[in-house]
Design a protein around this ligand. Structure first.
Ligand code: SF4
Length: 64
């Protein structure tokens, strides 16, 4: 499973980073979230899906 962040929509609220810091991080300027991994580790897939559901900007896109 892969995950990407729509930079046009992300507001930088940091919720996804707080929820799954092994996958998401803030960019250097702290304004947006970014994805740290090429492929989501299987044990974190459910957490990433939940973070996508919870993203207030609907900016997290999960790709199977
Ligand atoms: S939860 Fe959504 S809006 Fe907030 S930082 Fe993550 S991707 Fe951006």
């Amino acid at each position: 499973m892969k995950v990407i962040i729509n930079e046009e929509e992300c507001t930088g609220c940091e919720e996804c980073v707080e929820a799954v810091d092994a996958v998401f991080a803030m960019t250097e300027d702290g304004e947006l979230a970014k994805v740290k991994v090429d492929v989501v580790p299987p044990n974190l897939e459910d957490d990433v899906k939940e973070a996508a559901d919870d993203c207030p900007a609907e900016a997290i896109i999960v790709e199977d």
